[in-house]
Design a protein around this ligand. Structure first.
Ligand SMILES: Cc1cc2nc3c(=O)[nH]c(=O)nc-3n(C[C@H](O)[C@H](O)[C@H](O)COP(=O)(O)OP(=O)(O)OC[C@H]3O[C@@H](n4cnc5c(N)ncnc54)[C@H](O)[C@@H]3O)c2cc1C
Length: 421
């Protein structure tokens, strides 16, 4: 296994990732290729009393580190068991590779909006995917987790064990995952894409989307993103350089055009990209930015989306803030959860995200104004959509109080020195 220290040519490249607003200056970087490498790195950190962090892609960094940094990007093995409808992937695998491998067997994973996101970080964060209302969270389809715990042991955690529960939410605070086994679903195609409206029409579009999304079948997972698009040639002319409201749709039924019809009349449509597409093109639905950049974001789950809330969302929809509202419910409200809790009563999640230019304080203040206005209806937060630097206490607000207490107990059992996470 290669290791890198500050001053080494490859050091900066190895710690680079998608999120560039979190300052990371590890004392040593372990470029793991195998589970044994991870065991060796964890034992080294124990001997030298170093904190331990892990990165696959850097999409979900919430804190920097000055200790030992385990890079899993070389751990890219994927095995598909078509008979069992499962995948087993190593810690550095991104969703795009699983989508391609599963499609060869007529299957799909419960992946999210971006194929560049890492499977392990996404799943340990809960994993709210493109088919979440039909199948539930990715975390609730995990069969086994291979993990090196802080004592340096490589273990397999399975449903029912306290370690399994804690990892699905507690993430790297409970060890470094080396491989994950999870269910695939028999999906090869969906109806998906987006309808783009001018953000000036947001009040009408939001009202129409809310009514439509509340009545929608579980086969539909949908969100609405309000975003200022750059004036760049790769974007289609009708939306280039515009502040838009983008309804995003992933639908597993055959009557997609019929289903989407009420939305098409909500306001003048600037661009309509809805069509049947193979699951291998599912990354085109949200078209998340592919390039690393600095960003900060937070969110709130809410029990309703009433007119007062819609008015607050419209008021805070400025071009500096990307707002995304996702419809929850469906299987998300029914399925029992095997990891750290999920608020089944939440009907929507409202997310705010901004590019960091001059520090995060102004961004936090702007976001706080929106979430203060939504506070009377807020029920909690979703861990995967807390972006950029957040303290452990802030991350803990993503868990129900009972789960927080249990996580604290298990943390003392598995990581008594508090070096992981
Ligand atoms: C563009 C974009 C789109 C996204 N879309 C979605 C979406 O649709 N649905 C959704 O639910 N989330 C989504 N997310 C959030 C994403 O799931 C989280 O940010 C997740 O943590 C990213 O995991 P990663 O491995 O790619 O990132 P990394 O930054 O490499 O890892 C993030 C964290 O995951 C944990 N982790 C990673 N690898 C390991 C390991 N081997 N062992 C233990 N812990 C580990 C660690 O706590 C680590 O700090 C998106 C994020 C971005 C930036």
């Amino acid at each position: 296994m290669q290791t890198f220290r500050p001053g080494h040519d490859a050091y900066a490249e190895e710690i680079s990732g998608f999120q560039t607003s979190v300052a990371t200056q590890p004392a040593v970087v372990a470029a793991a290729e195998t589970a044994d490498d991870v065991v060796a790195a964890v034992k080294y950190a124990a001997e030298h009393d170093l904190t331990v962090s892990v990165q696959a892609t850097g999409h979900g960094l919430t804190a920097g580190t000055d200790g030992l940094f385990i890079s899993t990007r070389r751990m890219t093995g994927i095995e598909i068991d078509a008979g069992k409808r499962t995948a087993r992937v190593e810690a550095g695998v991104r969703w795009g590779a699983v989508i391609e491998a599963a499609a060869n067997h007529g299957l799909a994973p419960l992946s999210g909006s971006s194929p560049d996101v890492g499977v392990v970080g996404y799943t340990l964060s809960g994993g709210f995917g493109l088919m979440a209302r039909r199948f539930g969270r990715a975390a609730d389809h995990v069969r086994a987790i291979d993990v090196v715990t802080p004592d340096g042991e490589l273990r397999t955690a399975t449903p029912g064990s306290d370690l399994f529960w804690a990892l699905l939410g507690g993430r790297a605070g409970f060890g470094i995952v080396t491989a994950l086994e999870f269910d695939l679903v028999p999906v090869t195609e969906l109806y998906g894409g987006g309808l783009y409206f001018d953000a000036a029409d947001l009040p009408a579009v939001l009202r129409a989307w809310r009514t439509w999304a509340v009545a929608a079948p579980d086969e539909l997972t949908t969100s609405i993103a309000v975003v200022a698009l750059p004036d760049l040639p790769f974007l289609p002319a009708p939306i280039r350089g515009k502040h838009v409201a983008n309804v995003r749709i992933a639908y597993l039924g055959d009557d997609g055009d019929q289903l989407a019809e009420p939305l098409r009349t909500a306001a003048p449509v600037l661009l309509d990209t809805l069509k049947r597409l193979p699951y291998t093109d599912s990354g085109s639905i949200a078209s998340d930015p592919p390039h690393p950049h600095p960003y900060h974001g937070t969110n709130a789950t809410v029990e309703a989306l009433n007119d007062a809330m819609l008015a607050s969302i419209v008021e805070h929809a400025d071009p500096e803030t990307v707002l995304i509202i996702d419809r929850l419910g469906g299987e998300l409200a029914r399925r029992g959860t095997s990891g750290v809790g999920w608020d089944k009563a939440a009907e929507f999640v409202v997310r705010a995200l901004s590019v960091v230019e001059d520090g995060v304080d102004a961004i936090k203040n702007a976001h706080a104004k929106l979430f203060d206005a939504l506070a009377p209806w807020s029920t909690g937060r979703l861990l995967p959509f807390l972006y950029g630097e957040h303290s452990a206490a802030e991350l803990a607000t993503a868990f129900p109080a009972g789960d927080r207490a249990r996580l604290k107990q298990l943390k003392a059992k598995y990581d008594p020195a508090g070096r992981f996470g």
